[in-house]
Design a protein around this ligand. Structure first.
Ligand code: PAJ
Length: 285
């Protein structure tokens, strides 16, 4: 397993391998790898000759009041996970390697980025699309793997890649969960014991909403029912609870075949997001 810090060096190395016909599968992360990241790596491992993992805690992705400085950075453990999952190259740039002091170019997606997390964290997706575009230009992937856990992020990156014609196939991998249903996240380590006990209520509320929708419940009431269920479990700080068309993240309508039910809450200082996809059979539409 090779470790690169210098964007030019890894780009050159990958470019040479591609000239020899090798294909590249890519998993971008911010490190603190857990089973969810490992699931992406395993899926990606089967998709290309060369498996590239990036670990970069993107400073621009954290607001002034957010957790950039305390975001976990267990590099030794991450490299062990990477080795176990047969990663060929790890790209761990420093911030200055990706952002020149006079960096002044951004990539912004202007439609899917607006709602949900984009409404709560203005400018968030602009820095995500910017860093992912940079990473695609450096790593030159044929395929790139993202988690359903961040469904809006996946859709935004999918739109950006299509609009800018990045020659990369995007793959969305299902959310890896703890035994009690809590979506795995690097941020779960912040939870106190009491918060950790409350957290599975998020997935329970999503599953209940899915069941209601499958049984034909009115879509316009699903959000308020989820909020009521979360409040009953002791979760009061709810950024959003929404049922949207899975295709374009617009308000769900009775004719949408695939819906996404998405939730973001804050437990103490920790922000947690989760979602569930609901397919609607003809009889429910
Ligand atoms: P990070 O939060 O480290 O996540 C890296 C990838 O792992 C993302 O595609 C995310 O959706 C996926 N992931 C996280 N938890 C998961 C889970 N429980 N199950 C399945 N997949 C999961 O997302 C980012 O980093 C950054 O925004 C990044 C895309 C790297 C750009 O900086």
């Amino acid at each position: 397993m090779k470790i690169f810090k210098d964007p030019k060096k890894i780009q050159q190395h990958i470019s040479n391998l591609k000239k020899r016909g090798k294909t590249v599968a890519f998993v971008p992360t911010m490190g603190a790898l857990h089973e969810g990241h490992a699931a992406l790596l395993r899926k990606a491992r089967t998709a290309g000759d060369i498996l590239v993992l990036s670990i970069f805690v993107n400073p621009l992705q954290f607001g002034p009041a957010e957790d950039f400085s305390r975001y976990p950075r267990p590099l030794k453990n991450d490299l062990a996970v990477a080795k176990k999952e047969k990663v060929d190259m790890v790209f761990t740039p420093a911030a200055a390697d990706l952002y020149a002091a006079d960096h002044s170019t951004h990539v912004a997606e202007d439609d899917l980025s607006r709602g949900l997390c984009g409404a709560v964290r203005p400018g968030h997706f602009r820095v995500v699309t910017t860093v992912v575009a940079k990473l695609f230009n450096i790593v030159l992937p044929d395929s790139a793997f993202f988690g359903q856990k961040d469904y809006q992020q996946y859709k935004v990156i999918e739109r950006m890649s299509r609009d800018l014609r990045f020659p990369v196939r995007l793959v969305m991998v299902p959310t890896a969960r703890e035994k009690d249903g809590l979506a795995m996240s690097s941020r779960n380590t912040y939870l106190s014991t009491a918060e950790r006990e409350t957290a599975p209520a998020i997935y329970q509320a999503l599953c209940a909403a899915k069941k209601d929708i499958e049984e034909g419940a009115a879509l316009n009431r699903a959000g308020s029912r989820i909020r009521a269920a979360l409040r009953k479990s002791g979760i009061r700080a709810i950024d959003y609870a929404a049922v949207l068309s899975a295709a374009d993240l617009k308000a769900a309508s009775q004719t949408d075949k695939k819906l996404v039910v998405a939730v973001a809450v804050r437990l103490g200082k920790t922000r947690l997001i989760d979602n569930i996809l609901v397919k609607r059979s003809g009889k429910n539409i």
